[in-house]
Design a protein around this ligand. Structure first.
Ligand code: HEC
Length: 314
């Protein structure tokens, strides 16, 4: 799920690659953010719990860190909160969620733009580092505010968390016949640009700057490989859809073009990062795509092509 994170959170920062010396960091809005998890007891009673205190930031290099105050667990039953703190979390007070964001992709996400990113997250809790794969939905609300939420539930097992014994103890105390050993987790994180850092506002979305190091004139030649199927003019679809404004555009959304189901439902935003992946191996990124194209092999070809597309169509 954090793939979205990778591509989109990239837009959170003004990166240094085009000569920007100052980058921007982001701070979690703890009031409007929420981290919740569910449990099911006796096979039929579902309950939702949450942590009331979370804080965090995204550094200018894309390191995401969210701290979870485990003692702020809120199950809406006092005795249960206490038992969770004592027996499940064993008196430990902090959990940390970490992810690394590729800051190049988020830049191309326009205000109001959204997409799903697949990401690798590490949950560090109770002395363990648990890798979690998740799809994240990212929405750029304004230049200085970004929403990141789980795209659907993420499951974490109590065995991975090392809390199996604690849960067995809870069952005994509460005289329950069963508590599920895997918990669904949902998150809604809102990040605000850190104004105290006195950083410049986000780079304009159209900026043909930091994102590509490619050579647009060479890219024009690479585009010859696409020409049989794609036009750059808006509204002109051929075998493939028009590529007008492709960078930062949502996938599978050109009016009047009949996409494959896979592309239509792919729900991505064409950031540099994702375009590079798609052009390298279309079927790896979107299994079922009907674009019959073997893929560009060289990174330099892709960089040049993206520079050309940016220059011609943005
Ligand atoms: C043989 C024809 C063909 C060639 C060559 C081709 N494409 Fe495509 N392309 C397609 C088709 C067909 C689709 C629609 C795919 C689908 O619906 O699954 C597509 C889709 C795309 C999309 C997604 C567009 C959207 O609206 O989401 C991008 C981006 C793209 N192609 C870029 C390129 C680039 C860049 C090249 C050259 C390096 C290229 N394609 C070469 C046929 C082609």
């Amino acid at each position: 799920m954090l793939r979205v994170f990778g591509a989109i959170l990239t837009a959170l920062t003004v990166t240094g690659s085009a000569g920007f010396s100052s980058a921007q960091s982001w701070v979690l809005d703890g009031v409007n953010s929420k981290l919740a998890f569910g449990s099911i007891k006796k096979n039929k009673i579902g309950e939702v719990h949450r942590f009331e205190r979370i804080s965090g930031s995204v550094s200018e290099t894309g390191a995401v860190q969210v701290e979870i105050d485990l003692s702020s667990v809120q199950t809406d039953v006092d005795i249960r909160n206490e038992r969770m703190r004592d027996f499940v979390f064993g008196g430990q007070t902090t959990g940390t969620l970490k992810a690394q964001i590729d800051m190049a992709g988020l830049k191309s996400l326009p205000v109001g733009g959204a997409g799903v990113v697949d990401s690798a997250i590490t949950l560090s809790i109770l002395g363990r580092d648990i890798p979690v794969e998740a799809d994240l939905f990212v929405l750029r609300i304004t230049d200085t505010r970004v929403l990141v939420s789980t795209d659907s539930m993420v499951f974490v097992s109590s065995e991975d968390l090392g809390i199996d014994d604690g849960i067995t103890k809870l069952m005994g105390l509460a005289e329950l016949s069963g508590i599920t050993r895997t918990a669904p987790i949902t998150a809604r994180f809102i990040f605000n640009a850190d104004s105290s850092a006195a950083a410049p506002a986000i780079a304009p979305v159209k900026a043909a700057d930091a994102s590509t190091s490619g050579d647009a004139s060479k890219g024009k030649r690479v585009f010859n490989k696409c020409k049989a199927c794609h036009k750059l003019e808006a509204g002109k679809n051929g075998v493939g859809p028009s590529l007008a404004g492709i960078i930062g555009r949502p996938s599978g959304q050109v009016d009047g073009y009949q996409y494959s189901d896979a592309m239509e439902q792919s729900n991505l935003v064409w950031t540099h990062d994702l375009l590079a992946q798609y052009l390298r191996k279309p079927k790896d990124l979107i299994p079922g795509t009907k674009m019959l194209f073997a893929g560009l092999r060289k990174d330099s070809e892709i960089d040049d092509l993206l520079a050309y597309l940016e220059q011609e169509t943005q």
